[in-house]
Design a protein around this ligand. Structure first.
Ligand code: 5AD
Ligand code: SF4
Length: 457
């Protein structure tokens, strides 16, 4: 630690959108002169970026805020701020303000660019500040981000969501869809590549809607084409895309692109048409299966992953059987599985026929068991293959090993080797588990071109 220096610590809950917002918060705090603290106890300012997409996310936030009381006791000058999606709910703000006097600052999702100003106000007035905007006022301006990773970066392309899926709180916390102009995105990515970034992930609640709100006639596929032309950019990923408006043009663009990864994360949520309709998802199981067929026709070895919600109001055993059936048909590489959690203010929270918790849990277990078996079988097929892996560095769970991801976003663990951090290296797979592959780095003289042939592209 540096004498007299001020330190910050940020705790982030929830999705990548929040992770990226936290990078922006960190960037702004550093501009104010704060340094990142290694331990929370060293911080002069602590920010919590919250999530309310599911109930457990919300409970975790309150638990964390409660635990900070001790730190505030020890250091009364400590500033504690809470922001993000949960703060877009009046109820949550009220509860936090009344029950947690240790919190000095409350801000929402639409005004993170005001945080430095709000912090200065707290310092000057030594009071508590609450500033939450109901609505988006255009896009959150481009802010300096402090990115953790040197080789990978998140780039926001569209904020908000217009879909109003019946269970989802996001349209209420993040507002309507607002796309960033393509020139801004291209410039940001070019700058990142100049700094050594090899992989970017384009972020939006629904990236396929990109451009619909812009005057310029541009869609997500057009944006991908422009980014794909950037020299030195090895990989483009994106999340999340909605299965409803995934066009053939987009599939063809991904097929023809050189750096666009052949990984499709397409949240299906349920395999039952009756439930999909109640969820307001705008597609049927047949439509979804047809989309998968079109993707596989264009890119036979594409990786497909998804999200499921089990126990949506009114979900019968027959509906759930349809979900299990779709898992067997599509054979997803991976799925995020969630128990339905009623969110106040969404239509589904008011629907009759809420499913008892134990039945939801029991269904979740059955679904996870099936999916894990399929993930394992899919991964076992990769034994003996050579994957193109971008090396992240030390593996979180096995620090004596390195880890990285292949183009299909598969997590690969392998022995450390000097000088390969941030490089794309060929790894021969020798062992597979449901969520992880293990292998060895092979001859580094194998060029990208040869690798592409190995991957059959
Ligand atoms: N309950 C459970 N899961 C939810 N998700 C969104 N809202 C809810 C909710 N109320 C899940 C969906 C979505 C993922 C990001 O979170 O599966 O795709
Ligand atoms: Fe929520 Fe549906 Fe929008 Fe995704 S598409 S953020 S699930 S409302």
């Amino acid at each position: 630690m540096i004498d007299n220096a001020k330190y910050y610590y940020i705790i982030t809950y929830g999705c990548q959108m929040n992770v990226h917002d936290s990078e922006k918060l960190a960037g702004m705090l550093e501009k104010m002169g704060y340094h990142p603290a290694e331990r929370i106890e060293e911080a002069d300012i602590i920010l919590i970026n919250t999530c309310i997409i599911r109930e457990n996310a919300e409970l975790k936030v309150f638990g964390k805020v409660g635990s900070l009381k001790q730190l505030k006791k020890k250091n009364p000058d400590l500033i504690i701020g809470v922001g993000g999606c949960m703060m877009q709910s009046e109820e949550a703000v009220q509860q936090l303000y009344e029950k947690y006097p240790q919190v000095d600052l409350i801000f929402g999702t639409h005004n993170i660019h005001h945080v430095p100003e709000l912090i200065n106000r707290i310092k000057e007035e030594r009071g508590r500040v609450v500033e939450v905007w109901d609505k988006e006022e255009g896009l959150i301006p481009d802010l300096p981000s402090r990115r953790e990773d040197k080789y990978k970066a998140w780039v926001s392309i569209i904020q908000g969501c217009n879909n109003f899926c019946a269970y989802c709180i996001v349209p209420y916390t993040r507002g309507r869809e607002r796309s960033r102009p393509p020139e801004d995105i291209v410039t940001e990515v070019e700058r990142l590549v100049e700094k050594g970034v090899k992989e970017i992930t384009l972020l939006g609640q629904n990236v396929n809607s990109y451009g619909k709100d812009l005057e310029e006639k541009v869609d997500f596929a057009d944006l991908l084409v422009r980014l794909d032309e950037i020299e030195g950019l090895a990989r483009i990923r994106y999340m999340t895309s909605h299965p409803r408006d995934f066009s053939q043009k987009l599939i063809n663009t991904i097929k023809d692109g050189k750096s666009i990864c052949e990984h499709f994360h397409l949240p299906i949520q349920s395999g039952s048409n009756r439930i999909l309709k109640k969820m307001n998802r705008g597609y049927t199981r047949e439509g979804y299966l047809n989309l998968i067929k079109r993707i596989k026709e264009a890119i036979p070895d594409a990786s497909i992953t998804t999200d499921f919600i089990v126990g949506f109001p009114g979900e019968t055993e027959e509906d759930f059987a349809e979900t299990m059936d779709i898992v067997k048909r599509v054979r997803f590489d991976m799925a995020f599985t969630f128990i339905y959690s009623p969110r106040t203010g969404t239509p589904a929270a008011k629907m009759p026929e809420q499913i008892p918790e134990d039945r939801k849990k029991e269904r979740l277990e059955r679904l996870m068991e099936l999916q894990n078996r399929i993930s394992l079988e899919n991964n076992q097929k990769l034994i003996g293959e050579v994957l193109e892996v971008l090396v992240d560095g030390e593996s979180k769970n096995n620090p004596e090993m390195y880890s990285g991801r292949d183009r299909k976003n598969k997590l690969v663990i392998f022995s450390k080797k000097e000088g390969i951090k941030g490089e794309i290296v060929p790894v021969k797979i020798n062992k597979a588990q449901s969520f992880t592959l293990f292998g060895e780095v092979i001859d580094l003289s194998v060029t990208r071109k040869t690798l592409s042939t190995i991957e059959g592209r």
